[in-house]
Write a protein that binds this ligand. Structure first.
Ligand code: GDG
Length: 738
């Protein structure tokens, strides 16, 4: 079985030094429990920080920790106090956490923090490199390690890497605020698969990738630097059985009785979170305050049990929040409380599992109202712990969990009145309705539990890895290249069909900038000199452009996808009699679209019209292209025209004219025993499709294609052409001297 390397900021085991002794205990938290099913299966290695500062342990102790952790299939990344301060408390929790949770006002854009984040991600990469073996799969977790996928990819190109983000991915308008937004995206895109809790987060991520890095995005697949990266939704579940079954445990039952004793006959409302400003505790308390004002009859009838689990106490905003919550609790208890009844019971500490389940089981209502939350497992755990017992979940629409738990009472956590009303509705809901809502949610939680979440992710990751291997296999390998060269060397007459933009000349932000440079000019010159070759440039460019740059060469030229043709030493001619009067009718429509799409331009060629949208907003452009294609569809079929979609361009031209038709005619004319075609664009697919079986067709870049092989870049095409250009020189020398 393949080994899985799990990587997260914290290891599932925490090391502490007490009175000089090293102690090891299980780390609490959703991730550790969540990955238990993968981790305990064996054949895994978990890499992360063991929770102890590098300064607090001697070298011998480090060795000891390493050995001890190795027995539990863990490998430590030792971090210094400064690392923890700047990488963890700093960049992770004062920059990324607030920004990704839509609290830009708390985000600290400190270059020092950033440098430490880069540094620690490198440290993780180094430890992974020390431990990795061929065939291992790496699964990286969360926002502290977003640079790691690319750092690993740089070191080993051929490795399967998955990444899961446990927090939201914010909208482009928020994400763009980050000074290091480009590096973060590049880091993530080193993975083969990137997982999110909800589809909304994927949309935001794809949007930012398109706008910031100019990636090509198709559905949930991203093309970046000649790699395909998949993004997908994996809503994290919980260990349902563990919570459900624990409710029958004697310890839990005992605790439940003690909770009931403390709270008398009141209805219990539970609020439990890590103390964090994203969890909306202040608004929750204010809503509770409002409830007691609006419905004074509830006095002495309800109790809010507020559990705040200490978290990130060294970060300033967290300390302030603690004070604010304490004040609010004091105010509410002072305002409504009477002897024998406090409206809010507060616990500021971490609680054991049995107390947690007892609280879930005992409470009538769970108030889970984060202002933003990637998923929120507390909501799911509450529902799972309702073993044959009614209960109502009030859930914020801003939690990822709301996408799956529609049977909860869904509220806007900023709307205090709505929250107060939801509590009142919950208090009045019949037990039958409570049970029936719970049942639907429970069935869903049983089906998609945390084991399923992890196995689904790993299955999809395997597919993504296989896809990478397949693409790799289709790339023109060294032996295939040698085979091609050997064939060309033996061939009497070879036809070389070369697309222009993106094939022999790199694509630029404006077509006017993509002109032939000295290198390609000299390669083409040398190719023309070989008597065995016919070299044709097969382009969508207009005739004037082609004439300007290649008019005085011996190349065969094909402009506007085959509308115009020029054989060496001849004049330009059109294949058939082509109508172009239609242009006058369609031009105003296209002009209108171009005007309404900032950045888009309309190009008029002799026999076609091209709508370029490379520099337009990608989302607007895709809407416009859809609208435009729809509005043209009628006119196009009546006038025997076709709409061709290229790379960031759509072109309208006469039907039946394409690069494939040109190629077929050209092949018929000559007595070729070998044809090679190279192109990068959708319009080159017609070319590839028209070739004889034994031809060599090569696509530049990845993606589905009719071509047999792939090359990565214009640079690689040029290298190949250079090799071909020197093949027949000795024959020529013989001929010339003879
Ligand atoms: C992040 C995302 C996403 C908490 N206190 C105690 C305790 N817990 C357990 C809960 C639950 C987990 O910790 C908390 O998970 P949440 O999902 O509610 O929130 P975050 O910690 O913010 O987690 C979040 C999650 O990652 C997973 O992807 O859902 O959106 O922010 O399991 O039960 N457990 C015990 N004592 C405590 O005092 N025993």
């Amino acid at each position: 079985m393949e080994r899985i390397i799990l990587v997260s900021n914290r290891l599932p085991v925490t090391v502490e030094k007490r009175k000089g002794d090293l102690q090891y205990h299980h780390s609490a938290g959703g991730l550790a429990t969540g990955l238990d099913s993968v981790y305990n299966k064996g054949n895994t290695l978990w890499i992360g920080w063991p929770g102890i500062n590098h300064e607090n342990v001697s070298s011998e102790e480090k060795m000891q920790i390493q050995e001890k952790l190795a027995q539990r299939n863990c490998a430590p990344v030792f971090l210094s106090r400064e690392n923890i301060d700047k990488y963890y408390n700093g960049f992770s929790n004062k920059t990324i956490w607030p920004l990704f949770h839509y609290f830009p006002q708390y985000a600290n854009f400190d270059a020092d923090y950033w440098n430490s984040y880069v540094n620690v991600n490198h440290k993780f990469a180094a430890i992974i490199m020390q431990n990795i073996k061929a065939g291992d799969t790496v699964w990286i977790h969360d926002y502290q390690l977003m640079l790691l996928p690319a750092l690993l990819r740089e070191k080993i190109a051929d490795i399967t890497i998955g990444f899961f983000l446990h927090i939201p991915f914010p909208s482009f308008e928020i994400f763009r605020l980050l000074p290091w937004r480009k590096q973060i995206l590049e880091g993530l895109l080193g993975a083969d698969l990137i997982g999110f809790h909800t589809f909304e987060y994927i949309r935001h991520f794809l949007n930012s990738s398109r706008r910031i890095l100019g990636c090509e995005v198709s559905f949930t697949q991203i093309t970046y630097q000649n790699r395909l990266i998949m993004a997908d939704v994996f809503p994290m579940g919980i260990d349902y059985e563990r919570f459900h079954n624990a409710t029958s445990h004697p310890d839990v039952r005992k605790e439940e009785i003690s909770i009931r004793e403390k709270t008398g006959n009141t209805s219990l409302i539970l609020s439990i979170d890590r103390l964090d400003y994203t969890k909306g505790v202040v608004q929750r308390l204010e809503a509770y305050d409002l409830l007691l004002t609006k419905y004074p009859q509830l006095k002495e009838k309800v109790t809010l049990i507020l559990v705040e689990v200490p978290s990130r106490a060294s970060v300033d905003s967290y300390r302030k929040l603690k004070r604010q919550i304490d004040e609010l609790i004091g105010r509410i208890n002072g305002k409504y409380g009477v002897i024998g009844w406090a409206p809010v019971l507060n616990m500021y500490r971490s609680i054991p599992f049995s107390t947690l389940v007892a609280l879930y089981y005992a409470c009538d209502i769970a108030l889970v109202t984060p202002l933003r939350d990637g998923m929120n497992l507390v909501a799911k755990e509450f529902v799972a712990s309702k073993n044959n017992r009614p209960g109502v979940l009030i859930l914020s629409e801003m939690a990822g969990a709301a996408r799956e738990m529609g049977e909860a009472l869904i509220v806007n956590p900023n709307n205090l009145d709505e929250m107060a009303e939801a509590i009142q509705t919950a208090l009045q809901m019949s037990p039958e309705e409570q049970m029936s809502r719970l049942k639907v949610m429970q069935n869903r939680l049983i089906r998609y539990d945390v084991k399923r979440w992890a196995s689904d992710f790993l299955m999809k990751l395997k597919q993504a890895g296989n896809q990478r291997i397949q693409i790799q296999a289709e790339k023109l390998s060294l032996s295939q290249r040698n085979e091609l060269i050997a064939k060309v060397a033996k061939s009497r007459r070879t036809l070389l069909l070369l697309d222009y933009d993106g094939t022999i000349v790199p694509i630029m932000d404006h077509p006017d900038k993509a002109i032939p440079d000295s290198e390609i000019t000299s390669i083409l010159q040398r190719l023309q000199d070989v008597k065995n070759y016919t070299v044709a440039i097969v382009s969508g460019r207009d005739k004037d452009f082609m004439e300007k740059y290649f008019g005085d060469t011996n190349l065969t030229l094909c402009a506007e996808h085959g509308v115009w043709i020029k054989q060496p030493q001849e004049n330009w001619h059109t294949v058939n009699f082509i109508q172009n009067t239609w242009k006058n009718n369609l031009k105003p429509i296209l002009e209108l679209y171009a005007d309404r799409t900032p950045g888009a331009v309309l190009e008029e060629k002799n026999y076609s019209l091209a709508f370029h949208f490379r520099n337009a907003d990608p989302e607007l452009a895709s809407i416009r292209v859809r609208e435009l294609t729809e509005s043209l569809i009628h006119q196009v079929s009546n006038l025997n025209l076709c709409v061709m979609e290229g790379k960031k361009v759509i072109e309208i031209k006469n039907a039946g004219i394409n690069k494939g038709n040109f190629a077929m005619k050209q092949i018929e004319k000559g007595d070729y025993d070998l044809v090679i075609a190279i192109g990068d664009d959708v319009t080159d697919e017609d070319l590839f499709a028209s070739l004889p079986e034994n031809a060599f067709s090569i696509k530049v870049g990845i993606g589905s294609s009719k071509a047999k092989y792939f090359l990565d870049s214009v640079y690689q095409v040029r290298e190949l052409l250079k090799q071909l250009s020197v093949l027949h020189t000795s024959d020529q020398l013989v001929e010339r001297t003879g």
